[in-house]
Design a protein around this ligand. Sequence first.
Ligand code: HEC
Ligand code: HEC
Length: 395
Amino acid sequence: MRSRTTLGLVLAMAVAAAAGCDRDDRGEAAGPPADGAAPPPAVEVPGTAVAPAATQATPAPTAPTGGEGAADPLRATAQAMFGIIPEAVTALRGQPLSAAQVELGRMLFFDPRLSRSHLITCNTCHSLGTGGADNVPVSIGHGWQRGPRNSPTVLNAVFNAAQFWDGRAADLAEQAKGPVQASVEMNSTPELVVETLNSIPQYVERFAAAFPGAGDAVSFDNMALALEAFEATLVTPGARFDRWLQGDDAAIDATERRGLELFVSSGCASCHNGRNFGGQAYFPFGVIERPGADILPEGDKGRFEVTATATDEYVFRASPLRNVELTAPYFHSGQVWDLEQAVAIMGTAQLGREISGDEAEAIAAFLRTLTGRQPQVEYPVLPPSTARTPRPVAQ
Ligand code: HEC
Ligand code: HEC
């Protein structure tokens, strides 16, 4: 069946989604869309400065395509809805990114001593070798405990309007304090982390250099700020889609282009927009038809746990879709391994639309053009523990 959704509807929903990202309370679920509105601007994170992409095949947004020199309307639509991943993030909250904090954050990201067991690192569940995620249904943490949700990628997370499937952390610094303390993840405490870091002289020096003149440099807050600074470097520019958006016609093929057309015309882009193709606003999982309890477990009510508002039951952040080909399995429950199947589920659940096998393949092919250059991160050599370092506790 062809979509009943008109482009006007798509754009109206996109406006609702973009509006959601401006709200300070990070918004409530956007209701069913209204018709007829203008396209949204590409979403920017306030205070996040970026360096322009290094190579642009054709600079102008209305670059002519094909022999006739006519502007490509699909590209113009896509430019209004999405955006490229920049080469680098250069500032956070208006402050230039500090090299000393980035370097410290890289060490902390890979340091198992932030966990009570001295076994689990951020990279355990957000492996930078596998798309910034762990590729298991739900994450496994302290004492082999299973967490309730799938691990989202840390790649490009700096561009999300808020962090977590339910958006409960405003930014990466607030977010970073969560996993360290979560009993099913790293199971530590702020006191234990500070004691551990203070017992390692090289960390004391590095914190002092990264956070000069601010009292006790070794603190749980500064740990979080350093992790945030490092995570801000984990961006993936140069995706084929981005090259196409900048004017390189040959960067995507005919099937991928058809997938993009379907992504826009079916209404996917109304929720998955901005440079991260999502991560900006919240929607019920099951706007039209709630998926089965295997995919949407009844116990996880999503944003309802954050806002205690009835309309937020089973509401989740529209997932960012950059690098999605690397981050299976899908959905907060991690129950769907196949990208084509995830696309089809979105069709019935969010749009009331049967997506044919052929269409799902085209959309998935398009989504695979969102895979960018993966960050090349050097594995840090970590400073040794001392006699004062608290010993690991495995259970
Ligand atoms: C045991 C596995 C595990 C560990 C260890 C872990 N995380 Fe996570 N991380 C998760 C899961 C699961 C979620 C999603 C939780 C939710 O939404 O409720 C998540 C969410 C995130 C997000 C949000 C991304 C987004 O798009 O919303 C970021 C950023 C992140 N983690 C960074 C870190 C950092 C930094 C560390 C180390 C301090 C860390 N994580 C340690 C499993 C883990
Ligand atoms: C009404 C808003 C909305 C629409 C329309 C929508 N999505 Fe989603 N999408 C979401 C939400 C919310 C989630 C997170 C679901 C969850 O809680 O697991 C999601 C998740 C996904 C995921 C899983 C990503 C991951 O990392 O697990 C994919 C893939 C996806 N959407 C693709 C699509 C495609 C393709 C379309 C169009 C056919 C579409 N979406 C339409 C809101 C929407």
